[in-house]
Design a protein around this ligand. Structure first.
Ligand code: ATP
Ligand code: MG
Length: 381
């Protein structure tokens, strides 16, 4: 089944996987392909390579998707009959927006956004990207503006961080420490009430920063958005488990990403989140023609250049070693992930950062199974 078949009827497609395997490239190629099928698609990319961002007309971090000019693809054999919207996630701005939306009134909103503690905290939370990515996904889905949203995931060492993000944030907000602080008779009341905490007053005198004031304002104001946050995190969790959501696991055939893909599949199963299929990227395909190279004949063809013939033979050998390794990895993935027909995308020569690169990846993702094999064979040595 092609990616298009696997995404039939899906509203959300999340490309997850280990660092550097091609999640961002795959997300962009999938979004482009769906838009070429007439769908209104938004792709949320995270830290795309500069040239890929250029290919999608993304100039900077954004908190809203922008419409990609279909003319970008026209000369490359892709006709966007739907709409392609793209954005490069700005975590900090997305987090601020969330506060704006959840704050009960303008005063609370301004207090939080201007608060020193919030600014530190939000940079830290936004820095992890996982939460803001799903928060953005949730909001775009709720807007109803798109048929499909494709979400790239952060380049975390551990793909699982992503699944836990909503829980971690509410866990923090609902945590004991915070509750103690927020309770009317809690620590905040006591400390603030006393108002003469030695440490804080010394700090204030030395630095001129009234940390206590910052803290108490922060916790009071945060109390006002806590319910909203909790609700939002519950909504996000529900969306991740929704039958109209699907996770594509992207991996390369290398050892560590393969292990992580297997582990991630298990976590999806445990969490009751929908698995849509496996994409194995950067595969060195085994050609159907696996015959020994006749080095002497090759040298003759190369005007007797034996050194060159030897080099070619060695390169071919190396490629075949990789191809066998990759085939074994794919077999293992197939069994462990229970996906009989994973989509294999070959390791392409040169850059896949530009529109042509996207189109090349897209061909493999969207081709029907029958054609896909022939395409892979083309990429084999
Ligand atoms: N099939 C391919 N053939 C050759 N190069 C590829 C292929 N797929 C991706 N690349 C290249 O590999 C690099 C990593 O790709 P990409 O940025 O999409 O990975 P990622 O999983 O999003 O990485 P990160 O985890 O850092 O976000 C890029 O330079 C990209 O151009
Ligand atoms: Mg990426």
């Amino acid at each position: 089944m092609s990616v298009a078949d696997r995404l039939e009827g899906k509203r959300v497609c999340i490309c997850a996987g280990s660092g550097g395997v091609g999640k961002t490239t795959t997300s962009a190629a999938i979004a482009m392909g769906l838009a070429a099928e007439g769908k209104r698609v938004a792709v949320v990319t995270i830290d795309p390579a500069r040239r890929l961002a250029d290919a999608l007309g993304i100039a900077e971090l954004e908190s809203e998707p922008h419409l990609v000019d279909p003319a970008r693809f026209a000369g490359h054999g892709i006709e966007i009959t739907g709409e392609l919207w793209a954005m490069m996630l700005d975590s900090k701005a997305t987090f601020d927006e969330l506060i704006e939306r959840l704050a009960p009134d303008e005063k609370t909103r301004d207090e939080i956004l201007a608060n020193r503690i919030y600014r530190e905290l939000s940079s830290a939370v936004a820095g992890s990207q996982e939460f803001t990515a799903v928060a953005k996904l949730y909001e775009l889905d709720r807007s109803g503006r798109f048929d499909v949203i494709v979400l790239d995931t952060p380049p975390s060492r551990n793909a699982l961080d992503f699944l836990d993000a909503p829980d971690r944030l509410t866990g923090f907000l609902e945590g004991r420490a915070l509750k103690l602080f927020l309770a009317p008779s809690g620590l905040a009341a006591k400390v603030v009430g006393r108002g003469t905490s030695v440490v804080f007053s010394v700090l204030r005198r030395v630095t001129g920063v009234d940390l206590m004031e910052d803290l108490s304002v922060f916790f009071r104001a945060l109390g006002g958005v806590l319910d909203g946050f909790r609700e939002r995190a519950a909504g996000v969790k529900a969306l991740l488990a929704d039958p109209a959501t699907t996770f594509l696991i992207v991996t390369s055939p290398e050892r560590d990403p393969v292990e992580e893909a297997i582990f991630f599949r298990g976590r999806l199963r445990e969490a009751g989140m929908p698995f849509g299929g496996l994409v194995v990227n950067r595969v060195h395909p085994l050609g159907t023609d696996d015959e020994e190279l006749d080095e002497a004949a090759l040298a003759a063809d190369l005007d007797g250049d034996e050194a060159l013939a030897r080099k070619v033979a060695r390169t071919l050998d190396e490629f075949r070693v990789l191809a066998h390794r990759d085939a074994a990895a794919v077999e293992r993935l197939r069994a462990e992930l229970e996906d009989d027909d994973p989509i294999l995308v070959p390791h392409l020569d040169g850059d896949v950062h530009d529109v042509d690169g996207l189109v090349a990846i897209h061909r493999h993702l969207f081709a029907p199974a029958r054609v896909r094999e022939a395409l892979l064979d083309e990429a084999a040595f």
